[in-house]
Write a protein that binds this ligand. Sequence first.
Ligand SMILES: Cc1ncc(COP(=O)(O)O)c(C=O)c1O
Length: 380
Amino acid sequence: MKFDTKVVRAGIEPDPTTGAIIPPLYQTATYVLEEVGRDKGFDYTRSANPTRQLLETNLAAIENGRYGVCFASGMATVDSCLKLLKSGDHVVCSDDVYGGVSRHFNNILVNYGLRFTYVDTSDPGQVKDAIRPETKMLWVETPTNPLLKVTDLKAMADIARDNNLYYAVDSTFATPVFLRPLEFGADMVIHSTTKYISGHNQLIGGIVITNDEKIYEEMKFVQKTIGAVPSPFDCWLTLLGVKTLHLRMQRHAANAQIVAEFLEGHPKIDTISYPGLPSHPQYSIAREQMSGFSGMISFELKGGIPAGKALMNNVELCALAESLGAVETMITHPATMTHVEVPKEERYARGLTDGLVRISVGIEDPDDIVADLKQALEKA
Ligand SMILES: Cc1ncc(COP(=O)(O)O)c(C=O)c1O
């Protein structure tokens, strides 16, 4: 099956009872056993649910992976992956990860004896230098949230293999439409399915996909033991969202390219980051490993913080909202929204200033998005 066909069809057959083309929603907590010790493959929805299983099969197929394990959110997925480690283990992590991920690592997991070093993973030298004897995992986000840094996934695979590390890639921004990290040697691919995969701002969810049977078994065990599972209804809604993932992503990327080029040429813009612009520092690696550049842009205005705030307060079509990857264009202020709990010194050291603006470009007509930004920039 070709990629676009997999997106629409993989794992999904007409319902054998009714012929329904859309899979039924198994909104159930439990299942009646045929007799003691014999069930039909399902005993309790925390352990397994047919609707969730369909989503896991579908998304694993799209990532070119063997196994998928869904969780109640992207963060529950991140937490579950870190359960592969033990107290005393050390993780080397991308320095520009989503603020919720570093908040979790630095405020919760450190209390359980895990240690973290943040480096710019777009520089393989920094990753090599950060590895210690107790390093057990390499955690890469690419492109990163919010600075859109791109990491060379093959280079990371070599480092992970040479040092016997679990190699995890948060690919939420790229989606399997533009990047499939397992094909570059990752052990695990993580998505917040809240974002592009479900795509319509309608739910919170996450998934980890792997080819490694042992990792899969461990993730299944964590899923059923901790129970951070998505509801069957959210899985069903996600399945509907996935059916147009390839079409949406093409439009997100096409619109983002137009918006990025408009912003780059605007006299009030100071810096801009979009992997599809030749000015992006990792443009060549992005072109090599991604088949499109997705829909996320971040930038700073020349007027700094007041100008950025004026822009965000004056948009009319773009929604001032926390989140990304949905059909509506959303504009975010990372310093007070998505990354509010990253300490200021740390944010500034990362280049994540108070004036930074992030746009998740939607699938509206690009002329309307540009017109809205243009009028808001005039007031900034
Ligand atoms: C790259 C990335 N990973 C993980 C998450 C966490 O996902 P969720 O909000 O579904 O818990 C986010 C949320 O913004 C994200 O941007």
